[in-house]
Design a protein around this ligand. Structure first.
Ligand code: BGC
Length: 761
């Protein structure tokens, strides 16, 4: 069922447990807790995933840890477990409230003829104390009865590459249950849990399940409620995680669920007051956008600049909890234009992981910084050389994501400038980002080959965004992002030289940039960029256009297995023009102003027909470009596909044998871009804002807010009018902006209302 701020499902279908777990996730940037029922366990993929705490077991993949479930509750009536999983005769509804960011369920069990017992719960991941998860549990029966409640910490954890805890001990401190965990890598974690309003406990310590049981008499129609608080702390943050956890859990209990919830709610209201988007005339799209933003806002690193956002958010250990280019290219625009402080944390994560990128460059014999394709907390690469298993032969496939997807360093640089462009905050460059840009430029310089006969630099043996074609030469996207990196290195060098010579000197002591700058300038001038051919097509890489031109569906007919990997050495797509995901189309979106509309159009058409959209990153890029081009039907279709990905669950769950389910924050961020930059037609550069809207015909208006260079703008765009209101935010030094709407220019003073009539003057 869809209401504009609520998503709920009715009934129980065991086959949707996995998708619902991701879909109905609650999270607060510190941890994510899957949308599973309180009585569920490891087989139902219950997980509380902690951001930034990684561990490796044996020689398995290093991944984020999942901690024991302190919100675990089971209720029995007549020795029968009340759960829709085992109890057929029940009415079950569950879902998410996006506005106040909580999960709810309401299950009525018809235990005998007219008799029923109802369980209602509500839980949230506190946005004011990130260590806390809070649960309200209410039980009502329409007859007098006795029930048994079992609650505690379930330490039987769902893990993909575990077990991650070499030690797990348990303590009961006057009703506060505490689990001490030590990872294989020696990190300490504490999970503490307590319940309120439950008495007459009988303590029971079963294997990996620390529970207490309580018998409760329910009076007819009288609601019985209790609360649970779960707190997670770890040694990466605190010297004494144990004391911190106990302190916080006592505080939580003293404050109580309602006031904790009130604080949480008002924080979310604050977030929505900036981030919300509403579309008059399209409730489905509004909800899908809100849902996408809910997920982004849930998993953002509010509290630390040493964290970023993993490709599957905090919905589990999928993709090793690693950070990919997804964050900079797909998610960062949203944060930069709505919550710049959070965007700054995301950007600074790459500064803190620069040394890992330096190590990787060195490992491969290059200079500078080669960022990790799959980055964890140190910036070292978690990507394995055999990242996919062939489902037919069961043999590992050598993939070249780690060693050849060198566009990642340029993506990181692009991210710095997305943030800088939206905020005007130069301080990131003084605090390490300039050093990172120089190191990335050095990396590309050392990677590029000079071809004397052609008098140009080429970038050979790479993998572009389209992973089905590995080890190719002169990928159009990679070459352009490398050039971008050179351009920005030169720009920064000049500014630092003029305004911050001491800082430049200091950076030079770490990067030797003085020695490199001339070489970087030369490479920037002479790097080869793929130009459109006679038909206007930009060849994705050398020789791409000569590959077999086959339709995606025809190619797929040749598949021997539904999860078969199409890339790799023998993959079906490798020798054809079928591509996994947007590649040239990413280039065109990121560097749109450099191409004529006809070129954008021709390439959109050409590559659209050849794209499998085997990655959920793909739709938004096609949607975004289509919207900018006014191809409204296609734009709307792609926009909905990306915005509905996690709601509808239309995505690949497996590649080879690898489980890749979970949430899709890059698609969520892409949906925001398609709406704001695509349909809204916003482009901003410093204090100039261009607007060229292309609203789908059934949209009466599109409303959104952006913070641009420290001031808040409210846009309301309809087919014949644009309304712009602005508010000065603290510290902003900018008072006037240039607004260019459909080529007409206006000077807008902060605080004034600007009304632009799109039909005539
Ligand atoms: C895509 C990459 C993406 C990764 C994580 C892969 O399937 O091809 O572009 O970064 O998933 O989302």
């Amino acid at each position: 069922m869809i209401l504009s701020w609520r998503i709920s499902k009715e009934g129980f279908n065991p086959s949707s447990i996995e998708l619902d777990g991701s879909r109905f996730l609650i999270a607060n940037g510190y941890m994510g807790y899957r949308g599973t029922l309180e009585e569920f366990g490891k087989n139902e993929l219950v997980a509380c995933t902690v951001a930034g705490v990684y561990d490796r077991y044996d020689d398995k993949w290093r991944e984020l840890v999942n901690v024991p479930n302190g919100l675990f509750v089971k209720v029995y009536y007549n020795n029968t477990l009340l759960s829709p999983m085992t109890f057929q005769d029940c009415a079950h509804i569950y879902g998410l409230d996006l506005k106040d960011a909580y999960y709810f369920r309401n299950t009525k069990f018809f235990v005998d003829k007219e008799k029923w017992i109802r369980i209602k719960t509500k839980r949230f991941a506190s946005s004011t104390d990130y260590h806390l998860l809070c649960l309200e549990y209410s039980i009502t029966a329409n007859f007098d009865c006795e029930i048994e409640i079992e609650t505690g910490i379930d330490c039987d954890i769902w893990e993909i590459n575990g077990p991650h805890f070499k030690e797990m001990t348990f303590q009961n401190l006057d009703g506060i249950y505490v689990t001490h965990l030590i990872t294989n890598e020696g990190k300490n974690l504490v999970v503490a849990e307590t319940a309120d309003h439950l008495v007459n406990f009988i303590d029971e310590e079963c294997l990996r399940l620390y529970v207490r049981k309580s018998k409760v008499k329910l009076a007819r129609d009288k609601e019985f409620k209790f609360y649970k608080y779960m707190c997670v702390t770890h040694s990466l943050e605190f010297e004494n995680s144990f004391d911190e956890a106990i302190k916080r859990i006592i505080e939580a209990k003293n404050l109580g669920f309602d006031s904790l919830f009130e604080k949480h709610r008002s924080k979310w209201q604050e977030r929505w007051s900036i981030c919300d988007i509403s579309i008059d005339g399209d409730e489905k799209a509004t909800l899908a956008l809100r849902f996408s933003m809910y997920h982004l806002l849930s998993i953002a690193p509010y509290h630390s600049e040493k964290l970023s956002i993993p490709a599957r958010g905090l919905s589990g250990q999928m993709y090793k909890g690693a950070i990919f280019w997804d964050t900079e290219i797909f998610m960062l625009p949203f944060f930069s234009y709505t919550l710049p402080d959070v965007a700054r944390n995301i950007v600074m994560y790459r500064v803190h992981t620069l040394d890992g990128a330096r190590r990787k460059a060195k490992e491969y014999g290059y200079e500078g910084a080669f960022y990790a394709w799959e980055s964890q907390e140190t910036g070292d690469d978690a990507c394995s050389l055999f990242n996919v298993t062939d489902v037919i032969t069961q043999r590992p496939i050598r993939t070249y994501f780690r060693d050849k997807q060198i566009h990642i360093s340029g993506d990181v640089v692009y991210g710095f400038f997305t943030y800088y462009n939206a905020t005007g905050d130069f301080s990131i460059f003084l605090e390490g980002a300039a050093e990172a840009v120089f190191e990335c430029a050095k990396f590309y310089y050392s990677y590029a080959y000079y071809k004397p006969l052609k008098d140009r630099f080429e970038i050979l043996d790479v993998t572009g965004p389209d992973e089905y074609h590995e080890r190719i030469n002169n990928n159009a996207y990679t070459n352009r992002i490398a050039k971008f990196t050179f351009e920005k290195a030169i720009w920064l060098y000049d500014i630092l030289k003029e305004k911050y010579p001491n800082i430049l000197q200091e950076i030079d002591s770490k990067t030797c940039i003085f020695q490199y700058i001339e070489k970087i300038k030369e490479t920037e001038q002479k790097i080869f960029l793929q130009k459109p051919n006679e038909e206007g097509i930009i060849e994705q890489f050398d020789g791409y256009l000569k590959l077999e031109d086959i339709e995606v569906e025809k190619l797929k007919e040749k598949m021997l297995h539904p999860y078969e990997y199409l890339g790799g050495g023998n993959g079906l797509a490798t020798q054809t023009q079928v591509i996994k995901q947007a590649d040239v189309v990413v280039l065109l979106n990121l560097f749109e102003s450099e191409y004529e509309k006809e070129i954008l159009k021709a390439n959109w058409e050409y590559y659209n027909r050849r794209t499998e959209h085997g990655s959920t990153l793909s739709y938004s890029m096609y949607g975004l470009l289509a919207a900018k081009l006014g191809k409204l039907k296609d734009a709307y279709e792609y926009f909905l596909k990306t915005a509905l990905i996690d709601l509808e669950g239309n995505y690949k769950q497996y590649v080879g044998n690898l489980y890749i389910g979970g949430t899709h924050p890059a698609a969520n961020g892409g949906a925001w871009m398609a709406a704001v930059f695509g349909f809204g037609g916003i482009r901003s550069e410093e204090t100039k804002v261009e607007i060229e809207p292309h609203l789908p015909t059934h949209w009466k208006s599109l409303k959104f807010n952006l913070t641009i260079h420290g001031n808040l703008f409210e846009f309301e765009i309809s087919n014949n009018k644009i309304l712009i209101k602005s508010t000065r935010l603290k510290d902003s030094k900018y008072k006037t902006y240039r607004i260019v709407a459909n080529k007409r220019e206006f000077i807008h003073k902060i605080g004034q209302l600007l009304e632009i009539n799109l039909k005539g003057e």
